[in-house]
Design a protein around this ligand. Sequence first.
Ligand SMILES: Nc1nc2c(ncn2[C@@H]2O[C@H](COP(=O)(O)OP(=O)(O)O)[C@@H](O)[C@H]2O)c(=O)[nH]1
Ligand SMILES: [Mg+2]
Length: 339
Amino acid sequence: MKLQTFRAPTMNEAMNAVVAALGRDAVVVEAREPRPGCCEILAGIDFDPSPVQRAHVTAMPGAAMALGVGHGAPAALHGPGSTLDSDRDSLLARLAAAGIDKNVAEALVDASGGPSERDRARHVAESLQRAFSPAPAVWERLGRAVAAFVGPTGVGKTTTLAKVAAEASLLRGRRVGIVAADTQRLGAVEQVRMYADLLGLPWQIARDGREVTAACERLQAAGRDLVLIDTGGSNPFTEETQHALDRLLGGVRAERHLCMSASTSGGDMTAIAGLYGDHGATSVIVTKLDEARSYGAIASLVLQTPLRIAHVTCGQNVPDDIERPSPSALVRAVLGLQG
Ligand SMILES: Nc1nc2c(ncn2[C@@H]2O[C@H](COP(=O)(O)OP(=O)(O)O)[C@@H](O)[C@H]2O)c(=O)[nH]1
Ligand SMILES: [Mg+2]
């Protein structure tokens, strides 16, 4: 079935329009607010969304409200099939099934006791939902911004940069420039050139920190207010990687957006985020959500570090497969609640 876009000043009104036009079986594929006072919902019926999309849909607080689901508890706890036992063992079993580290799960559940055992599940969901509250989108930085995509090799840094560049320039009106600073890997510069040409964006090559600074200055002098830097990946567990990034990005004080694949193990993800966080990473971008079988590693990450998620990517398509994280959808996915 063909998907339709519904627009209204508020998310509730847009959702009401969806329900009026398509009925209560409508499936919402995407909901966003491209600019203040303009909410857009992409929806259809008899449409088979991916599990990720399904989770994003049914867990959206706006959708829950418009579809008449009750209030009072985190949106994640509402919806069909969403019963959650409050006893400690059941909750720990849920969190273990999601792949959350045992110590992290115990700390979360024990801190969520509250005066009544009955409230424990709600408190766990609330804590998770808080931890999943998103970092600002890369394109939301006001004024001149320089953002670098950093992280291990092959996680999707360059692809994510292209998705962000497309959204920022085509939909958000940002004047984007790109710096190709991964000059080590064969074909890396060519990959940036291809995306820049496709999007009609200016780009520069930079082999070291001095050239990165010069490239950013040239792009800014040419009126580019959002400069995106593609970096090469290297062993994320060594301090040398961080020092190399300091040398490369220090001259332009670039924000560092740490890209990590959703299927990275929980321990590794938290350790990598810890190292990048200590060196001033601005946010995490969770890539390859479509390839992940559980969300425990992501939950462990946000529960154990102050870093927050700015974007999730869920496929190889540029520019479509990038989204803002939906905290309630992620909570539902972690707690194994049906969407
Ligand atoms: N399934 C999936 N593949 C992705 C995603 N993002 C990137 N990729 C793929 O991962 C591979 C490596 O991407 P690339 O951007 O070159 O990674 P980099 O080395 O970190 O710059 C490419 O085949 C991309 O198409 C995603 O969200 N989902
Ligand atoms: Mg790359």
